[in-house]
Design a protein around this ligand. Structure first.
Ligand code: DX5
Ligand code: ZN
Length: 331
């Protein structure tokens, strides 16, 4: 996984479809963070690619996330097959005619990330009714249907930054994906607009091109763009990195962890490098995802400070009790 912020999802649409398992292994070895699977039904888009069977066959090849991009007219009809095939996220198009909400709910009920993609000409506002059900907003910067098309910079500038607002209900884990024409020429703009996942297809599967170098270039340029346009020149850190939020004795760390996790933010509780308490047990660290650090501060600083005060009182009681129990040196 890259040390920076940008994540690269390799679209295998233009890979050697006659040797897909090899192509998936190769692009993961080259540093891609996930595989982007473009499913097309020749109805929603004028092209036909592969279905759930191909994804199922590829699943054992790698543990990295599979992001399915369903450019199909009836995703609800085929959804169970894509879930069983092992997709980690499933993104459907907001332009389809069948009801969208039930499909998004089924994806999430299956414990996968649910996304909505929109064509270049579709306004972001069309996603508004579904915002609470979104884990992913996929901004298409080409007309869906084919790889190797020209990047639509005006669409990127109009949609990528505001797309984040549609994920404001998610303290962590929400992702803006940009799909279509992303490569070394366009990565800096895309990163500078805050994209989390850059879908890269043709640029990675162009004959003679060094895939690992392409992944490094796109990732570095995207992070450069983020640093200079959104982060006051400070290089970005991984959004999914775990950072310390609290350091408490075990019996106080546990309840705070439970309270935070109740709001759907994961917490790691680890024996840290904090102080050793009078009971001989070191304090525990509570770690939250970096992308949820601000949210945790806003919502749990009070609870954390109360727990710290309880911890201090608890330590004092233990020490006093030990002091009482200690044999009187003068005796
Ligand atoms: C187009 C697909 C994209 C495309 C990306 O309909 O959704 O994922 O394959 O490929 P490039 O990077 O070649 O535009
Ligand atoms: Zn795609």
């Amino acid at each position: 996984m890259g040390e920076g912020r940008a994540r690269i999802a390799a679209s295998i649409l233009n890979a050697n479809l006659g040797n897909l398992a090899y192509e998936v292994r190769r692009v993961i070895r080259a540093g891609a963070d996930r595989i982007h699977l473009d499913v097309m039904d020749a109805r929603f888009v004028p092209n036909l690619t592969f279905g759930a069977g191909t994804i199922r066959a590829l699943r054992p090849v790698t543990k990295v996330p599979f992001d399915a991009h369903l450019m199909i007219a009836q995703p609800g009809r085929w959804l169970d097959e894509f879930l069983e095939a092992g997709c980690d996220s499933i993104t459907i198009h907001v332009e389809i005619s069948e009801p969208i909400e039930p499909v998004l709910r089924r994806i999430r009920a299956a414990g996968r990330a649910a996304g909505l993609a929109l064509r270049p000409g579709t306004p972001l506002a069309t996603l508004e009714p579904y915002r609470e059900l979104l884990d992913i907003v996929m901004v298409m910067t080409v007309e869906p249907g084919f790889g190797g098309q020209a990047f639509m910079a005006d669409v990127a500038k109009a949609k990528i930054l505001p797309a984040r607002d549609l994920l404001s209900h998610k303290p962590w884990g929400g992702e803006v994906h940009v799909d279509g024409g992303v490569n070394r020429e366009t990565a800096e703009l895309v990163g500078g607009l805050g994209a989390d996942v850059l879908v890269v297809g043709t640029a990675l599967f162009t004959k003679g091109r060094d895939q690992a170098r392409e992944v490094r270039l796109v990732r570095t340029l995207a992070d450069e763009g983020f640093a200079n346009d959104l982060n006051a020149g400070v290089p970005p850190r991984p959004r999914d990195e775990m950072v310390r939020f609290a350091q408490l004795p075990k019996h106080l760390a546990g309840p705070l962890r439970d309270a935070i996790e109740k709001l759907d933010v994961p917490v790691l509780m680890l024996r840290g490098d904090g102080q050793i308490n009078p009971d001989g047990v070191r304090d525990y660290d509570l770690l939250v995802p970096r992308s949820a650090e601000g949210w945790a501060r806003d919502h749990f600083t009070e609870a954390r400070d109360a727990a710290s005060a309880d911890a201090a009182a608890w330590r004092a009681r233990l020490l006093a009790a030990a002091g009482d129990a200690r044999p009187d040196p003068g005796a």
